[in-house]
Design a protein around this ligand. Structure first.
Ligand code: AN7
Length: 360
């Protein structure tokens, strides 16, 4: 089967010819990418209707987040030039992804995580894949500063999204969306943390336009209110949010993210933790369980509609793609915390019928 059309090939096999990568790159893949673009008609109606809404469910990647698209390329490049070790700072998903791809290549993976909240499923993933995990007494931003320095002074490859090959891989999601829709969507909504992903999407849509004359989406990048440096216009010393994936106060690709928003005639906004969790529940009510950060993009759209910054009139007949970056299963605690304990009953038919359908 032709790898460019085989949906079970990885992103290097499908799109490597469209990537700016060195010849020494040697594919290390878990057959990432080709994630579903799921129509969300009911949620679209709840938001006011008249437009088409799709979720690009990146939680369906091998380690449960969009990071795999970029990680396969970053690790393949490092592996191809003989690197023996990789390092990253991470709020969790990058750690799990780096660990998986590095161990597949027989390389050492070192991941530095911030003090406090890294979701249980992400940490467990990093450990399961065999990473060396170090927690520092500091933030993600501190961790990123440190790993950049380590990679400059030691033969250890940096695989955060400062690594350009990460973006080369992540831009493929824009290609997939455009292929499925036959055009670029009118709006793209997505969460913004370190701002690698929004930069990669914009690069992907721009390249796709050059190549095939497709259009460009307007980009709505969404941060959490407690971690919104790009909205505030300055770094945030102590970022806080329930969406721990995007608990980042000094985005490495912040400038590029602001450019993407401006060039696309879009914007970067912030939403509250409450709005994020509310949208997480609404998505789950349509069968798509994402981690809190991944609901931020749509929470942002809902808020723009509510406040009239985007109107239903201007959305009529338009298509919106929302990127849901990671799977809900990575962060079960957030649901468990607000969940009532399950009702306990004797293992008897009568008891169940009484409780569930008002008796016989
Ligand atoms: C689910 O794993 O930064 O704006 O270290 O895990 O490209 O940083 C994760 C980021 C969105 C933000 N959604 O993407 C990390 C990390 C989820 C994420 C983002 C992240 P960027």
């Amino acid at each position: 089967m032709n790898p460019t059309t085989n949906p079970s090939a990885g992103v290097l096999a499908r799109y490597g010819h469209l990537m700016n990568i060195p010849a020494h790159t040697r594919p290390v893949t878990l057959l990432e990418g080709s994630t579903p673009l799921i129509p969300m008609p009911r949620l679209a109606d709840e938001l006011g209707g008249g437009f088409e809404l799709y979720v690009k469910f990146e939680g369906m990647n091998p380690t449960g987040s969009f990071k795999d698209r970029g990680m396969t390329v970053a690790i393949s490049e490092a592996y191809g030039r003989g690197a023996k070790a990789v390092i990253c700072a991470s709020t969790g998903n990058t750690a799990a992804s780096a660990a998986a791809y590095a161990s597949r290549a027989g390389m050492r993976a070192i991941v530095i995580i911030p003090e406090g909240k890294v979701a249980a499923g992400k940490l467990a993933g990093a450990v399961a894949y065999g990473a060396e995990v170090v927690q520092i007494e500091g933030s993600f931003d501190d961790a990123l500063d440190l790993v950049v320095q380590i990679s400059e002074h030691h033969p250890i490859a940096l695989v955060n999204s400062l690594n350009p090959y990460r973006l080369e891989g992540q831009k493929t999601a824009a290609f997939e969306i455009t292929e499925i829709l036959g055009e670029a969507p009118d709006w793209l909504c997505l969460p913004v943390g370190n701002a690698g992903n929004i930069s990669a999407y914009w690069m992907g849509f721009m390249e796709q336009r050059q190549r095939s004359g497709t259009g460009l989406p307007r980009v709505l990048g969404v941060q959490a209110e407690g971690s919104a440096p790009l909205v505030l216009g300055h770094p945030v010393e102590k970022p806080e949010t329930v969406a721990t994936a995007i608990r980042i106060g000094k985005p490495a690709r912040g400038e590029q993210a602001l450019e993407a928003a401006e060039q696309s005639n879009g914007r970067i906004i912030a939403v509250s933790d409450e709005e994020i969790l509310h949208m997480q529940r609404r998505l789950a009510a349509s069968g798509v369980w994402v981690e809190p950060a991944s609901a931020a993009g749509l929470a942002g759209l809902a808020r723009q509609l509510r406040e009239g910054h985007i109107t239903l009139d201007e959305l009529r007949g338009k298509r919106i793609a929302a990127v849901c970056t990671g799977h809900g299963m990575k962060d079960p605690d957030i649901i468990a915390r607000s969940m009532p304990a399950p009702q306990r009953l004797p293992a008897e038919l009568r008891a169940l019928e009484d409780a569930l359908v008002g008796g016989r």
